[in-house]
Design a protein around this ligand. Structure first.
Ligand code: EPU
Length: 428
């Protein structure tokens, strides 16, 4: 078990390249199993979530091979086997095996998904969609059983705008007989990316990126090639890092339009940002001004950048209020930031951040992926050395984060934890 150490205070300069989008990758891999022949996906990030999903594809008979940055998935020998627990528990996105296997095999048994603990994360809308398409869904001893004689198109209104439910229903519907309409669908770029892959495989999907998606079922899906979109959350994390501790930082392989809400907030704070075709040029100016942030579904401010943004606000003058309307309990980073001298109060589910304060290095724990990112940024800003445990969360979503930060001039490294530290970590 490792920890990350950061000697804070170094100004960051230079260029950092963003990887393929984690939250696309984790849906593209299960989607690939629906094809009859080889699917090649270029640009998948080298992160543990991708490897876990690759292992799950192999557990059901798929062949997964890497050729540089391209992953080939050969689904020709896949069978509908139960995926009850084990690796399924490691990440939330294993729930995409439900839609994909139901669509392809008309049956699936999948353990309840794990993932970051951000408060309640129900999957009732996924199940509502599967049932509308004709599946019988039961929860037996911690696993979801899905069975259908035949899937048929349906009109499905999502009561909650959900990324996962939109993608999962789309996966099951592309091979259902007839027409499916998903209303109040989510519009995140990752959903468009998955629909692009499915369309390349021969699916008929219209309206993706709006809140009404229309799907005409097809009997078979073929293999294809696909290039993944860049990770807007990784790009946003580096943009916030550059605003917090940068001099001049270029973020490469970005679709700037995917980050408009975040860039608008950074500009409100006084950060200078220029947009190239696929780059962001970020140069902050002291002092930064505080802003209020409310997370919303896309194209609003993403919940996945709320925690990193909270860290940035510790440096800004006056008070900023951060409210997460998607996951109101996504606040576990706050106690850790307080250990580092941040002045943050939690009131009525909002974090009230008063600045500017000088953060101080401390021993802190990442409780989830984006909490981890917020602590890394705090460590870069702090006086002295910060030690972060729980870094397996960070490695689920950020490829080579220590190398990338060091290439910008940071001093970040990994060390093995000793037995006492592991014990303390496990008790915490
Ligand atoms: N919700 C329901 N019922 C459902 C589904 C969702 O009530 O059946 C609620 C959730 O509890 C939440 C809201 O709807 O309050 C939105 O959840 P959504 O389904 O959109 O989230 P998700 O698909 O489970 C994805 C990302 C998350 C990201 C959210 C919101 C993946 C694998 N995960 O989760 O990413 O925070 O959308 O944008 O795509 C991360 O990358 O750190 C991460 C947690």
């Amino acid at each position: 078990m490792q920890k990350i150490l950061i000697e804070g205070g170094h100004l960051l300069n230079g260029k950092v390249r963003v990887n393929g989008a984690k939250n696309s990758a984790v849906a593209l891999l299960p989607a690939a199993l629906m094809a009859d022949s080889d699917v090649a996906i270029e640009g998948l990030p080298n992160i543990s979530d991708v490897y876990t999903l690759g292992d799950l594809l192999e557990e059901i008979g798929g062949k997964v091979s890497w050729d540089g940055q391209t992953v080939h998935i050969d689904p020709s020998n896949m069978v509908s086997m139960p995926l009850p627990n084990g690796k399924v528990k490691k990440l939330r996105a294993s729930y995409y095996f439900m839609g994909a296997m139901l669509g392809k095999f008309k049956q699936a048994v999948i353990g309840l998904p794990g993932g970051c603990h951000l408060g309640p994360r129900p999957i009732d809308q996924h199940i509502k969609g599967f049932e509308a398409l004709g599946a019988e869904v039961t929860n037996e001893q911690g696993a979801i059983y899905l069975r259908a004689n035949e899937l048929h198109g349906a009109r499905i209104y999502l009561d909650v705008v959900s990324v996962g439910a939109t993608i999962n229903i789309m996966l099951a519907a592309v091979k259902a007989k007839g027409k499916t309409i998903i209303e109040n669908a989510a519009k995140e770029p990752e959903i468009i990316d998955v629909a692009t892959l499915l369309t390349n495989m021969g699916a008929k999907i219209k309206g993706v990126g709006t809140d009404v998606i229309r799907i005409e079922g097809v009997p078979t899906l073929n293999g294809c090639q696909h290039v993944i979109i860049p990770d807007r959350i990784e790009a946003g994390t580096y943009a916030i890092t550059a605003a917090a501790q940068g001099n001049e930082v270029i973020i490469d392989n970005v679709i700037p339009q995917h980050l408009e809400s975040v860039l608008a907030k950074l500009r409100e704070m006084g950060v200078t940002i220029e947009e190239g075709d696929e780059q962001l040029y970020i140069s902050p100016k002291d002092p930064l001004r505080s802003v209020d942030v409310k997370t919303l579904v896309y194209p609003g401010f993403p919940t996945d950048l709320q925690q990193p943004f909270t860290t940035l606000l510790t440096k800004a003058a006056n008070t900023g209020v951060v409210t997460d309307t998607i996951y109101s309990a996504r606040l576990k980073h706050i106690d850790e930031l307080r250990r580092m001298n941040a002045s943050i109060k939690v009131q009525g589910g909002s974090a009230i951040v008063t600045g500017p304060v000088q953060l101080e290095g401390a021993r802190v724990t990442a409780s989830d992926l984006r909490a981890g990112a917020s602590l890394v940024i705090a460590g870069l800003m702090a006086n002295g050395v910060t030690e972060i445990t729980g870094i397996e969360h960070i490695d689920r979503g950020y490829e080579k984060i220590t190398d990338k930060l060091n290439s910008l001039g940071a001093n970040v490294w990994r060390e093995e934890m000793n037995e006492q530290e592991i014990e303390q970590f496990q008790e915490s």
